[in-house]
Design a protein around this ligand. Structure first.
Ligand code: SF4
Ligand code: SF4
Length: 337
């Protein structure tokens, strides 16, 4: 079994982390069954966020009796010290614990630093001194902010989208973290559903020593696939078969594609941009029937109501021309209306 140590935190865990965003979509007991199976299979790192509605409370419910045996990472989108303290208090209550192992600033539009009038970093330091958090990390989707965080020396971990579709600058970011003795948490290791092979996704990330993939799972079979990857039986190197899968996906998914992060939303026209801006790709990569239901047709029709306000484009951390992307996807979808 492979393990990873997250830089200066010293946290050493199974090289499979649990991303607890999707368990918002299932019942409390279904979530508990998945979380429990993950724990029994050896997963010890659970990543959630205050923003993920009842995800924290489901973790507390499912894993409260093994709290001291696991590592919990959560996140706060607070923009002021007061909000940070309030959100941390809520997270601790929901998780049913008196500390979190890793507290991350959740995709802030700037890199929190000491001395800033928002007092965010000082609030995190105060919580650490009080024993409410053990380590301070940051998550982001913007290369510039991620680099600033690494170079600041203020953070012990960085969480960033990372999969075998990563651009060279993203691989560079991971290496920078290694040089700065920071842990690297990979979000969207399956590129938000575009990658279909968990084995290929795992094998690619397994090459990087300081990287911990945080798999977003909401089904038991998904967790089983990742657990099976981190065993003696599974060849963790990139085999020719896996190489072929990766090469094919890179060819098909090259260029600018929507990562489904949702930071461009909300849209005043009510368009579910994070789904609609990648519909063409999903039609190629999943059973078409899953995306041609009346509900999806209704969502895609909303693109016609785009008022070209440009808000989505200015918010997209990948610099995508979102209104154009939506129109292109609408064109690809038209045969299915
Ligand atoms: S440009 Fe169109 S899609 Fe983008 S936020 Fe405005 S209305 Fe929504
Ligand atoms: S268009 Fe950009 S911001 Fe919006 S979901 Fe896609 S990648 Fe994220």
């Amino acid at each position: 079994m492979k393990y990873v140590t997250l830089g200066s935190t010293g946290i050493t865990v199974n090289k499979n982390g649990f991303g607890a965003l999707p368990i918002q979509r299932v019942s409390r007991d279904e979530a508990a069954a998945i979380l429990r199976r993950a724990y029994e299979g050896g997963i010890r790192f659970f990543d959630t966020a205050r923003f993920y509605t009842d995800s924290e409370s489901k973790i507390g419910y499912a894993l409260g009796d093994v709290r001291s045996d696991i590592f919990i990472a959560t996140k706060s989108m607070a923009l002021t010290a007061a909000e940070f303290k309030e959100q941390l208090a809520t997270s601790l209550r929901e998780l049913g614990t008196d500390y979190v192992d890793l507290m991350q600033f959740h995709n802030p539009p700037f890199c929190p630093m000491p001395g800033h009038e928002n007092g965010l970093y000082e609030a995190a330091l105060e919580a650490k001194a009080e024993g409410k958090i053990r380590h301070i990390g940051i998550t982001n989707h913007r290369l510039s902010i991620a680099k600033e965080a690494i170079e600041s020396g203020l953070y012990e971990t960085l969480q960033f989208p990372f999969s075998y579709l990563a651009a060279p600058e993203e691989v560079e970011l991971l290496k920078m973290c290694e040089e700065h003795n920071m842990g690297f948490l990979c979000m969207k290791g399956m590129a938000g559903g575009l990658i279909k092979s968990g084995r290929a996704a795992y094998a690619y990330i397994a090459q990087f020593e300081n990287a911990l993939p945080i798999w977003g799972v909401q089904k038991l079979e998904e967790i089983e696939e990742f657990l099976a990857c981190n065993t003696e039986e599974f060849e963790q190197d990139i085999t020719p078969e896996i190489e072929e899968i990766i090469a094919k996906d890179r060819e098909e998914l090259s260029g600018d594609f929507c990562r489904s992060c949702g930071y461009c939303m909300p849209c005043p026209a009510g368009i579910s941009i994070k789904d609609c801006a990648r519909m063409g790709l999903m039609l190629k990569r999943a059973p078409i029937s899953a995306y041609t239901t009346d509900a999806w047709k209704e969502e895609m029709h909303k693109i016609e109501n785009c008022v070209e306000c440009g808000q989505c484009k200015s918010r997209c951390p990948y610099g995508l021309d979102v209104p154009k992307l939506l129109k292109d996807n609408l064109e690809q979808y038209k045969p299915y209306f």
